[in-house]
Design a protein around this ligand. Structure first.
Ligand SMILES: CC(C)(COP(=O)(O)OP(=O)(O)OC[C@H]1O[C@@H](n2cnc3c(N)ncnc32)[C@H](O)[C@@H]1OP(=O)(O)O)[C@@H](O)C(=O)NCCC(=O)NCCS
Length: 219
């Protein structure tokens, strides 16, 4: 498996992948992918196996204070056009990660998250934040609110394939974002606010944007 920076030639395969992964959430449009690659090419990764795109991770840089009190996926990405990408911010925001259902639990997600952490370190950003789906929540929604569900995942009493994976990747659970992604039926629109702090962050050192070629060698 090879993790590399996404290119325009990957758009069709990335769309196909999102269609295979999500039943209710629509894939990004070509225009949205193009906008993403235009604003922040260094932040977009694909996982490739035998020439096939099997994973995708999408990120942008934001000023967290602009979103910390309340945000949705639409507000942080400007409806998926990603022109909210703001290099004066110090937070890498994970806006999408998905892996082909055929090859889950084989480390592809880990590889994509590791590439993101390397990007965060290389750019000297303070942290990675994301709104994580809670795809198992709909099964127990009648029995508990989403925060209890997430806490039970943290405690290890409920298994959720996304939040458990993210906790295993060193992220901390910070609370529930209600109405984060209304199309996400499985999570009933909820998401878990998660954060990973970059241990190498130096506040006095400015953000750096490594050239894509150099970054590719690192990831
Ligand atoms: C979340 C997601 C990206 C994880 O991808 P993945 O490729 O399965 O991730 P990994 O294989 O690295 O890790 C998943 C689990 O497999 C385990 N694993 C990894 N390699 C393994 C191996 N070789 N043998 C056995 N287990 C393995 C990991 O420890 C992890 O276990 P955990 O869930 O108990 O923590 C994937 O489930 C997905 O695409 N979900 C749908 C899309 C989605 O909701 N994305 C999140 C948006 S917020």
């Amino acid at each position: 498996m090879n993790i590399r920076i996404m290119a325009a030639k990957d758009i069709e395969a990335a769309t196909d992948l999102q269609e295979r992964v999500y039943s209710a959430i629509p894939p990004f449009t070509r225009h949205q992918f193009e906008s993403l690659l235009e604003h922040f090419p260094q932040g977009q990764f694909v996982a490739e196996l035998d020439g096939k795109i099997v994973g995708l991770a999408v990120a942008l840089v934001i000023t967290w204070d602009d979103y910390s009190l309340h945000h949705t996926w639409d507000s942080v990405t400007n409806n998926g056009f990603f022109d909210t990408h703001d290099m004066s911010g110090r937070t890498l925001y994970g806006a999408e990660v998905c892996v082909d259902p055929e090859i889950r639990h084989q480390g592809v997600g880990h590889g994509l998250y590791e590439a993101r952490r390397k990007l965060c370190r290389a750019m000297n950003l303070k942290r990675i934040i994301a709104g994580g789906r809670l795809p198992g929540y709909y099964k127990v929604a009648g029995q508990m609110p989403p925060d209890e569900y997430a806490k039970r995942v943290v405690w290890g009493d409920i298994y959720d394939p996304v939040l458990r994976f993210q906790l295993g990747e060193g992220f901390n659970y910070c609370g529930i974002l209600k109405g984060y992604l209304p199309a996400d039926d499985d999570s009933l629109g909820n998401a878990a606010l998660i954060v990973w702090l970059n241990p190498e962050f130096e506040a006095e050192r400015p953000t750096q944007l490594p050239p894509a070629k150099l970054l590719q060698e690192e990831i």
